[in-house]
Design a protein around this ligand. Structure first.
Ligand code: SIN
Length: 479
């Protein structure tokens, strides 16, 4: 077969157009059966330093390319990604575990960012306005910040690197990314396709290795890295922000979430259940924007819970390549953590309305808990697993208070048919993104990001380039 996923498995880091080989290696496992799918060179901090140096050297040329040139190269990359869609999706399912249909969706989603930023590369505008007196002019120019360092997570091995790298390249920055060592293959495959698309050596570097802390420190502490972007947990993000302080870097953070999913008594219950299935079970509940807390009006509580349980019964769990609806969690440890949250909630009085037998593997069963209250750990923590928790409410204001009762502020969902309520409630939700009668909020055209301890900065949309550009104001006099 011309395009099997094996042809996209690279040996290790891509640094300045060279595939890095070393004696020290690490293996990447199939998350469904733990078989080794690839053995890669394990980059050391010195390799990361080399990548930063090469990205710095490449910046000297890349910054001078026109938006049209960068746009053309990004579109060529997009075309390569789409040409290899099936193979990229297979690789993604193997290394991450999500069902193939979802993996294909992620390839489209990630490539969508590349296409989006190919367009934005040609639309970097500045300002011109009057100065203090006749003959003086204020010119505001946008310039690429420089070398971008990025760390991306294992839950979206393709889309997360795409939305950072494509924005950086579109802005005229060069890029050094470190994907999670659980799922580095997608990023390396994308880098190979970028190379084939003609993106010059040194502009896009991917460094793969297991020593997250030391590799990350090179990116956060190097004075040559002008901007750092991270997607991952709030706890790790806090540490990385501190690490970036010594060189006063531009930083953007896409961190944890604890999204409320509010169902009002006037909601279309069928639509709410469909939205709940998507917002909860996409990637087996391992997304930052996952519905984490279902706040359901008491009048429609029972109808919603029984319709949702009915749908959950139909979910097949298994190998993503065999058309299962839901794959494994990223590890058995992750499933244990979810189980601990569930067990503790039940011990504290929650009721398990639906689950299946769990075999202590990474395949955690879809589970539905009702009677969850605000004092339970499961209400306050990101679950990152396929567990629905339901908390009833009586008044609109009570739902808003419950929704905002978290340190996170990434996404929220609300289902209601009352137009005035939509505006009233959305106005009061302290989050960066709101799904209103719709749970498919992820879209390259929209600004993805949060408030509070969910982070800062936006990815995608016309705002997505701002984090990669700095303003230079020129005061023009002379006549
Ligand atoms: C995330 O979970 O971090 C990203 C999810 C998305 O982009 O939809």
């Amino acid at each position: 077969m011309a395009d099997t996923y094996q042809t996209l498995i690279m040996p290790g880091s891509l640094i300045n157009g060279q595939w890095h080989k070393s004696e020290q290696t690490f293996s990447v496992k199939n998350k469904t059966n733990s078989e080794i799918i690839a053995t890669l060179s394990n980059a050391k901090p010195e390799d990361m330093e080399t990548a930063v140096e090469q990205a710095t050297a490449a910046f000297a040329q890349w910054r001078n390319t026109t938006g049209a040139e960068r746009s053309r190269l990004l579109m060529a990359w997009y075309n390569k990604l789409m040409e290899h869609r099936e193979a990229l999706a297979t690789l993604l399912t193997l290394e991450q575990g999500k069902p193939l249909a979802e993996a294909k969706g992620e390839i489209d989603y990630g490539a969508g960012y590349v296409r989006w930023f190919a367009g934005e590369a040609e639309r970097i505008y500045g300002d011109i306005c009057d100065g203090l007196h006749h003959g003086q002019s204020v010119n505001v120019i946008k310039k690429p910040v420089g070398v971008v360092g990025a760390i991306t997570p294992w839950n979206f091995p393709n889309a997360m690197i795409a939305r950072k790298a494509a924005a950086a390249l579109a802005a005229g920055c060069t890029f050094v990314g470190r994907p999670a060592s659980e799922t580095p293959l997608s990023a390396l495959a994308m880098a190979k396709l970028a190379q084939e698309a003609g993106i010059p050596d040194g502009v896009l570097n991917i460094v793969t290795g297991t020593d997250a802390r030391k590799l990350g420190k090179v990116l956060t502490q190097s004075p040559q890295v002008a901007k750092f972007s991270f997607t991952g947990s709030t706890r790790v993000g806090q540490q990385l922000i501190q690490d970036c302080a010594s060189t006063v870097k531009r930083v953007s953070m896409e961190l944890g979430g604890n999204a409320p999913f509010i169902v009002f008594d006037d909601a279309d219950i069928e639509a709410a259940v469909d939205g709940a299935m998507l917002a909860k079970f996409r990637n087996a509940g391992q997304t930052c924007v996952c519905a984490n807390r279902f706040l359901v009006h008491r009048q429609c509580h029972d109808a919603f819970v029984s319709a949702l349980a009915e749908k959950m019964r139909t979910l097949s769990v298994g190998d993503g390549l065999d058309a299962a609806d839901m794959g494994p969690l990223i590890s058995t440890q992750a499933a244990n953590n979810v189980h601990e949250l569930v067990s503790q909630a039940i011990a504290e009085g929650a009721t398990c309305d639906y689950s299946r037998k769990w075999d202590n593997s990474a395949f955690y069963p879809p589970t539905l808990l009702t009677g969850v209250n605000t004092s339970m750990r499961i209400f306050n923590e990101e679950i990152f697993g396929p567990v629905v928790t339901v908390t009833p409410f009586d008044e609109e204001q009570e739902a808003i208070t419950l929704a905002n009762q978290t340190k996170y502020g990434l996404a929220a969902y609300l289902y209601t048919q009352d137009y005035t309520r939509i505006r009233r409630v959305a106005d009061q939700l302290d989050v960066g993104m709101v799904g209103i009668n719709d749970a498919a909020i992820s879209n390259p055209a929209a600004p993805f990001g949060g408030v509070k301890q969910s982070g800062f900065g936006r990815e995608g949309s016309k705002y997505g380039l701002d984090d990669y550009l700095s303003l230079q104001y020129r005061c023009l006099g002379g006549y």
